[in-house]
Design a protein around this ligand. Structure first.
Ligand code: FE2
Ligand code: FE2
Length: 150
């Protein structure tokens, strides 16, 4: 199971979309790390990137006073917990077969979770975030406040 990027994953917020694309690239790397990289290193990198992405996304939600922040944050935290459990399962694998099962489980969990989370929760936030901006533009009001001479 490999993630493929598609238009339904676009939120329209550049920072978020760029980070989501990078997450997809990293997930693919876990399955096919190439000769230079160890799976564990890729997973560690993915974990750090996920945490950074969640932090950036939540900061945007704090800054824009998104009412869904507590729920969204809880979902992020739940994902990190499952991710760490699966990482521990990989570390505890005692044979190549167990290792392969753990890698597939991790990949499947990330693929399913990430796609669903972006399409539902992240897009919900993005729509909400863009809403006020569009209203301000329609009313010709700068988000920084009225300009000179007004
Ligand atoms: Fe999110
Ligand atoms: Fe996200």
């Amino acid at each position: 199971m490999v993630l493929e990027w598609d238009a339904k994953l676009e939120t329209g917020l550049d920072l978020i979309d760029d980070q989501h694309r990078e997450l997809y690239r990293l997930v693919k790397l876990v399955l096919d790390p190439g000769t230079e990289t160890r799976v564990e290193d890729t997973i560690k990198f993915l974990e750090n990137y996920v945490v950074r992405h969640f932090t950036d996304e939540e900061s945007l939600q704090v800054a824009s006073q998104y009412p869904g922040l507590p729920e969204h944050k809880e979902i992020h935290t739940g994902f990190i917990k499952s991710f760490l459990d699966l990482k521990a399962q990989l570390a505890a694998a005692e044979s190549d077969e167990e290792r392969e099962i753990a890698i597939q489980a991790l990949n499947g969990a990330v693929v399913n979770w990430l796609g669903n989370h972006i399409k539902i929760h992240d897009r919900h936030f993005a729509e909400w975030f863009k809403g006020p901006q569009e209203w301000l533009e329609a009313l010709s009001i700068s988000p920084e406040g009225p300009g000179e001479g007004q």
